[in-house]
Design a protein around this ligand. Structure first.
Ligand code: PAF
Length: 296
């Protein structure tokens, strides 16, 4: 496994591998502090690509003022061990100076999909994401790029960007990975105090209950699902709901309260963002109307 810190060296190495090693190039973009969720992306990339590139870069332009850019957890030594054990070929770890030698005057912005959910509470966040993902795509020129469905809105936004800009890259969304007790894996879980960690289980509980009740017909409409999600999350005395939404996926159009989800004929996402103390967690589940397939 090669550890590369400059764009020039990375380009040379990828060119070399393209001419000497068969198979497509897969990119797993991350901000590090890797967990098993990232591990599942690397494994999927390993199955599909001849060369697997993992990028680790805490991207300053996707953090707003007062957010956790400075304190975002970092552990390079551990990350390299995780990358190695998941069969990564190249780890790209640029510093901020390498990625942004001057403040960027160009940004890539996707409209509409970014104005709601996390885009509403974190203005500018998705412009930072699409800009850096674009830069990484231009640097690595991958055939495939792998993203976790825990950030479902990010997946929808990046897929839209790839379509709109005719990028010759296949986005591969990978399922959410959860702890045994249901908590979705996230690098930010490390911030949770023990009581907050315990109470955060209301997120997966609310999604699981909603899916069960949709399947057995106890709830039917988007309004009933919104109500159920909020009620279960509020069982935690410390949970502060940012949103508990029901939308079509990947279009991210809010579903009207009266709409019966089983009849909607499309995929619905139940999307949550909730604060526990200083930590804001997100989680989601998809409900597939037609085939009755659903998963948390
Ligand atoms: O999902 C993340 O970790 C980041 O948003 C990404 C895609 C690596 C861009 O910085």
């Amino acid at each position: 496994m090669k550890v590369i810190r400059t764009i020039e060296e990375l380009r040379t190495e990828i060119k070399h591998r393209r001419s000497s090693i068969s198979g497509p190039v897969g990119l797993v973009p991350t901000m590090g502090y890797l967990h098993e969720g990232h591990g599942s992306l690397m494994q999927r990339a390993r199955e599909m690509a001849g060369t697997v590139v993992l990028s680790i870069f805490v991207n300053p332009i996707q953090f707003g003022p007062g957010e956790d850019f400075e304190t975002y957890p970092r552990d390079e030594e551990r990350d390299l061990a995780v990358a190695q054990s998941n069969g990564v070929d190249i780890v790209f770890i640029p510093d901020v100076q390498e990625m942004y030698p001057q403040p960027t005057k160009t940004k890539v912005a996707v409209s509409e999909l970014t104005s709601l959910l996390c885009g509403a509470s974190r203005p500018g966040h998705f412009d930072g994401v699409t800009t850096v993902v674009n830069k990484l795509f231009n640097i690595v020129k991958p055939d495939f790029a792998f993203f976790g469905m825990k950030d479902a809105q990010q997946v929808a936004v990046i897929e839209q960007m790839v379509r709109d800009l005719n990028m010759d890259i296949e986005i591969v969304p990978c399922p959410i990975v959860r702890e045994q007790d249901g908590l979705a894996l996230s690098s930010r879980n490390v911030y949770l105090k023990p009581e907050e960690r315990e109470q955060a289980l209301v997120l997966s509980k609310s999604l699981k209950t909603a899916l069960e009740q949709l399947e057995n017909g106890t709830v039917e409409t988007a309004g009933e699902v919104r109500e159920l999600l909020s009620r279960i999350i509020s069982e935690s005395s410390i949970a502060v709901i940012d949103y508990a939404e029901v939308l079509s996926f990947p279009e991210l159009t809010p579903v009207e309260n009266e709409t019966r989800l089983a009849d909607s004929g499309s995929t619905t996402i139940m999307a949550l963002a909730v604060r526990f103390g200083k930590t804001r967690l997100i989680d989601n589940a998809l409900f597939q109307a037609k085939e009755g397939i659903s998963h948390v």
